[in-house]
Write a protein of this length. Structure first.
Length: 168
């Protein structure tokens, strides 16, 4: 089993975003200057594949009117991970946050989700094969940096074969 640091996963996700992985109806507002723009749904699903936990959906408001939804992840003990929060302009306010059960089948954004997932897994495999382009350890007990700094660099267990996940 391979262990990855959360920073490895974050790096792989961020390096995998592109116009072709964002919500198709909003591709015209995606730019390399704001790569997280409209990546939240597919990113939350890929993180759910890798880390488990819950999918959270909030609402985005501008001038008091709902304009969109926003997705992120909640892990154990209520820890929330949102890799796409920086996509929003100051006038875009995210509120709420309800747990949405993972759908049984991908209905919407299937191609974008599968593409992002494929890229992320390839980048993680590439990092493993390159001798640690990012931080990686095979066993937390053998990683001297993790052992010396309790709580820092805590590895995350990622099975070599993660489940395929739906998104609707």
């Amino acid at each position: 089993m391979t262990y990855w640091l959360l920073t490895d996963i974050e790096h792989a996700v961020r390096a995998s975003w592109g116009a072709d992985t964002c919500t198709p109806e909003y591709r015209d507002r995606w730019t390399p200057d704001n790569p997280a723009r409209d990546q939240c749904g597919v990113t939350a699903m890929v993180l759910n594949d890798l880390l488990g936990g819950e999918l959270i959906r909030g609402t985005v408001h501008v001038d008091g009117e709902q304009t969109d939804f926003h997705w992120w992840n909640r892990l154990g003990m209520g820890v929330e991970i949102d890799l796409t929060r920086e996509q929003f302009a100051p006038q875009e306010i995210v509120s709420g946050g309800v747990v949405i059960p993972r759908p049984a089948e991908i209905v919407r954004l299937r191609a974008e989700y599968e593409l992002l997932r494929e890229r992320v897994l390839a980048r993680l495999d590439e990092a493993r094969g390159s001798g640690g382009r990012w931080s990686r350890c095979e066993s937390p007990a053998r990683d001297r940096h993790t052992a010396r700094r309790p709580g820092a660099g805590r590895p995350v267990r990622v099975p070599a074969r993660t489940r395929a996940g739906p998104y609707s």
